[in-house]
Write a protein that binds this ligand. Structure first.
Ligand SMILES: *[C@@H]1O[C@H](CO)[C@@H](O)[C@H](O)[C@H]1NC(C)=O
Ligand SMILES: *[C@@H]1O[C@H](CO)[C@@H](O)[C@H](O)[C@H]1NC(C)=O
Ligand SMILES: *[C@@H]1O[C@H](CO)[C@@H](O)[C@H](O)[C@H]1NC(C)=O
Length: 479
């Protein structure tokens, strides 16, 4: 009874504070930090508490593209680290997509966008730690990194970016991520002891320079001037981080079904086909070849860097072309949610990394004090299936430098009770997950019990395959 009363009192106090804060904001007495996307959309998007995950009424391709670029200009509001004072933070697991990069594909017979991938602290966008980051990356010969990682450049350096190279924007995005996580997890919650060693971290990256460099940028602002000897990045060869458990024929089956769905949606879209034909005529190549060059990847780079689209003597690729392709992408994502192939693919694709994460959390819950901070530096094709498998269907496609964070907390009032929170780009999505959606019935529930996550990973995620384990689900043919 006492707890209940105290809770209600706190609730009332919080409501009063929220009211005061809102009133002050309306009166412009205190500055508001709008969520980043606000500045990028049209002026009438201004809201007091925008929710970037749930507010997507009509598809606005330009707004979505700007959100995807994630141009670092405005301080970000985030919900990471929010918990009642009697909860203790035990560990944090971060899955990131690399930052802004140069295209992976070129549109044939057109000029590549002229973007400089060298790091120049007084060029925008910049970061207060950029200069120190560059200098720190040039040291550290004694670091231990897996195989090919140790010979990779630690920061981008070409004056005309190479294909897929991380840009200065990409570095700045992750310096900001790391700084934000540092302010919350280290300064506020003392996640890492000041005499930390390599065993307190677990770091893993795919073998691309953009993921390694993104991970290093985040880590640098998270643990400034870190001792290189304590940094051990492991190399993950698989983009879905399946490590030693990659053999899964049924996963491939669902991926193929998903690709068939994607194809048939595309060929049904007459407006899109016309757009490709129109662009192909401008460029002077067959439509098939133009489509195969995945022009949207290149166009996004032009768009995010405010570089005009390429022209030829036949005309210019323009914003209407871009809008059509982007709109189709968004429609494709929507249909993907409705048909279940991708979801079934995602469950099998992400079991290994979720299994690892659940195992690490369990070890910490049992009292082990290692791997307190885990960083997986990855790709859109890593994050996207994780979001789908967890059931976070409202989530947007992973933008540049997207971050998905798992927090493990211990309830200081109840012996041995552990809880998790899940945050996507700073938004609390814990109760959007399939395994905790129904748990949020009472307002006193702030987090999701660890067991619910563990049961999902070890067992329930196989039930759509009428199986109880990964091996069976991967091999028993459902057709
Ligand atoms: C984009 O470029 C145009 C000219 O090419 C310029 O007028 C405009 O201010 C730029 N916008 C931003 C946000 O830099
Ligand atoms: C999942 O984790 C368990 C340890 O709890 C391990 O024995 C098993 O091999 C893992 N399975 C996969 C598919 O990674
Ligand atoms: C699972 O079993 C149900 C009922 O027997 C069946 O309708 C469904 O198609 C099965 N699903 C898979 C993926 O095998």
């Amino acid at each position: 009874m006492l707890f209940r009363n105290r809770f209600l009192l706190l609730l009332a106090l919080a409501a009063l504070l929220a009211f005061l804060s809102l009133s002050l904001q309306f009166l412009h007495l205190i500055p508001v930090n709008p969520v980043k996307e606000d500045d990028l959309g049209s002026k009438n998007r201004k809201r007091i508490m925008p929710d970037p995950l749930t507010e997507t009424p009509a598809i606005d391709p330009i707004f979505e593209a700007q959100f995807y670029c994630n141009i670092p200009n405005i301080p970000e509001r985030s919900m990471e680290g929010h918990a009642p004072h009697y909860f203790k933070l035990n560990s944090v697991h971060v899955l990131i997509r690399h930052g802004d990069r140069y295209p992976l594909y070129a549109i044939p017979k057109t000029k590549r966008p002229d973007i400089d991938c060298t790091l120049v602290p007084n060029r925008k966008p910049s970061h207060p730690q950029l200069e120190a980051f560059i200098s720190h990356m040039s040291k550290g010969s004694e670091t231990q990194m897996d195989g090919t990682l140790s010979s990779m450049p630690r920061y981008p350096s070409h004056s005309l970016c190479e294909m897929g190279e991380l840009t200065q924007t990409g570095i700045v995005q992750h310096l900001r991520n790391g700084q934000l996580l540092r302010n919350i997890y280290i300064k506020k919650h003392n996640l890492i002891p000041s005499d930390w060693t390599s065993k307190h971290l677990y770091l893993e990256t795919t073998g691309k320079s953009r993921t390694l460099q993104s991970g290093l940028a985040l880590l640098y602002s998270f643990l400034p001037e870190f001792d290189w000897k304590k940094i051990n990045f492991r190399h993950q060869w698989s983009t879905i981080f399946c490590s030693g458990s990659c053999d899964c024929p049924i996963r491939n089956h669902y991926l193929e079904e998903e690709q068939r769905r994607q194809y048939s949606l595309r060929v049904k879209n007459i407006h899109l086909e016309k757009t490709y034909a129109d662009m192909a005529k401008i460029v002077g190549i067959p439509t098939r070849q133009l489509r195969a060059s995945n022009p949207v990847d290149s166009m996004l780079c032009h768009f995010c860097h405010n570089v005009s689209f390429p022209c030829t003597k036949n005309g210019c690729i323009n914003l209407e072309h871009f809008k059509t392709i982007k709109t189709h992408q968004l429609e494709d994502e929507k249909e993907r949610q409705e048909k279940k192939y991708y979801y079934l693919y995602a469950l099998l694709a992400t079991h290994p990394i979720l299994n690892q994460t659940a195992n690490r959390m369990q070890r910490i819950a049992e009292g082990k004090r290692e791997e307190l901070f885990v960083l997986y530096s990855a790709h859109d094709v890593t994050l996207s299936p994780v979001l789908s498998a967890l059931g976070i269907t409202e989530a947007r496609f992973p933008r540049f430098a997207a971050r998905l964070v798992f927090e493990l907390w211990k309830d200081g009032k109840k012996y041995k009770e552990h809880f998790i929170r899940i945050l996507y780009n700073g938004v609390d999505v814990t109760f959007q997950t399939s395994f905790c959606r129904d748990y949020n019935k009472h307002y006193t529930k702030l987090m999701c019990p660890l067991e619910k996550f563990v049961r999902f990973v070890k067992q329930d995620m196989f039930s759509p395959f009428n199986s109880t384990n990964y091996y069976d689900a991967c091999h028993r043919r459902p057709f």
